[in-house]
Design a protein around this ligand. Structure first.
Ligand SMILES: Cc1cc2nc3c(=O)[nH]c(=O)nc-3n(C[C@H](O)[C@H](O)[C@H](O)COP(=O)(O)OP(=O)(O)OC[C@H]3O[C@@H](n4cnc5c(N)ncnc54)[C@H](O)[C@@H]3O)c2cc1C
Length: 382
């Protein structure tokens, strides 16, 4: 068993760590305050080849593998969960084009995704269909010319409403399968598609630099060639994409635990009560020790699952386990780091305050933790 990273992986890790500290960290405070998408930082990040990390060089990408991507994600997530998630959604969408796109679709969209000139978004959730994705109501029907006419709405969609959002992947019902179940298909929605409008953006608890909004489709028309992948296979295709997303969420759990440990340790060394630094109290030490152990454990498990993914092994159950465990321990770490800060943690100016808010959503996105438990239980034969 070889646990050594390659020279290239170490180099990418170092590069991302430097970029995150020097470019993203200053922008993070501004994102949190002004709720604005970090266009300038995204451009610099894309110029480094990171927007196209999983896109092959043939289409202008960097052609790296999912393990290297996860190592980079871990570094970014320690500094900015928001920027990491903006990147994650974009990479997931670009990856759907890589795996499902026709040569024409790839030629048209992938180079611009790789350059970061277009930002990817993925629209599945609806007001009445969250965990029960198959219950979606948005419909796409063929008209007399073979074009698709789409009606419905989506909610909470990340990355869809920025100045550079384009080629959003939409999930819509296109009829019934032979087994009389709803057939769901994926569509490419250009930003200027007639009948497509952006709804309200949401005022969120965290991830303030990320755009999240409602999307409305009112007789929205896209040509026949905008079907992505196989008609009726959309849900399976989407769930395959979500698998890597779950590995990312588990990894971001490790990043968040590490960030909590860094903040809490520094604070506890500095803060004195009863004539001693907080680090002298064994109850504080226990909290810090738990965070260190959990960060290391989740990080190593994330590397393993990412390695499985990069080597084409079936890792659906492991991805669900990683997502469940990493995000649950992240919420615990955030609570303890906040507790160590006493009343100061309640103040927005302390970084632990943001970490506490960010931790909560990790248990919801990419399939809630209860859905991960159901998947794991199913693999156990329940
Ligand atoms: C900031 C943010 C960004 C998002 N970005 C996107 C995006 O880019 N694209 C997109 O498509 N969606 C996105 N979402 C939506 C997200 O994926 C959903 O919120 C999530 O899947 C849960 O759906 P829901 O909120 O409707 O909750 P519900 O499905 O209503 O769940 C409510 C509660 O019930 C539990 N529950 C539901 N079903 C079961 C069950 N069978 N057994 C046990 N418990 C159950 C859930 O675990 C949860 O605790 C985003 C959401 C947020 C908040």
């Amino acid at each position: 068993m070889d646990f050594e990273l390659t020279g290239e992986q170490l180099e990418i890790q170092r590069m991302v760590r430097d970029f995150a500290r020097n470019e993203v960290a200053p922008a993070q405070e501004q994102m949190d305050r002004d709720h604005e998408f970090p266009y300038a930082v995204w451009k610099k990040w894309s110029d480094l080849g990171m927007a196209g990390i999983l896109i092959s060089q043939e289409y202008g990408g960097s052609g790296l593998d999912s393990l290297t991507y996860i190592l980079a994600m871990e570094e970014m997530g320690t500094v900015s969960q928001t920027f990491a998630l903006i990147w994650q959604v974009h990479v997931m969408v670009a990856n759907m084009y890589v795996h499902l796109g026709t040569p024409e679709q790839k030629n048209k969209w992938l180079p611009a995704f790789a350059r970061g000139e277009k930002l990817g978004a993925f629209a599945l959730t609806e007001p009445g269909a969250g965990s029960d994705a198959g219950g979606l109501k948005t419909r796409a029907e063929r008209d007399a010319h073979g074009d698709w006419v789409i009606n419905g709405s989506k909610i909470f969609i990340s990355n869809a409403g920025t100045r550079i959002s384009d080629g959003t992947v939409l999930m819509a019902a296109t009829g019934e399968t032979e087994a009389k179940r709803k057939a769901i298909s994926c569509f490419i929605i250009p930003r200027d598609a007639p009948g497509y409008t952006l709804g309200q953006s949401f005022d969120k608890m965290a991830w303030h630099g990320m755009d999240n909004r409602e999307l409305v489709f009112n007789d929205c028309r896209v040509p026949a060639e905008n079907l992505l992948g196989k008609e009726g296979a959309g849900l399976r295709q989407a769930l395959t994409g979500l698998n890597l997303g779950r590995i990312v969420f588990g990894t971001l759990g490790a990043s968040l635990i590490q960030a909590c440990l860094d903040e809490a340790l520094a604070y506890a060394k500095d803060r004195r009560q009863f004539g001693k630094p907080l680090t002298d109290f064994q109850l504080t030490q226990a909290k810090l020790a738990d965070m260190a152990a959990h960060a290391e454990g989740v990080r190593r498990f994330a590397h393993y699952v990412a390695w499985m993914h990069a080597n084409g092994k079936d890792c659906h159950t492991e991805a669900a386990m990683l997502k469940l465990m990493g995000t649950r321990l992240a919420i615990e770490a955030a609570r303890e780091a906040y507790q160590i800060h006493g009343g100061y943690g309640f103040m927005h100016e302390f970084r632990v305050n943001r970490l506490y808010r960010e931790a909560q959503i990790l248990a919801i996105g990419e399939g809630t933790n209860e859905i991960q438990q159901l998947l794991i239980a199913r693999a156990l034969g329940c």
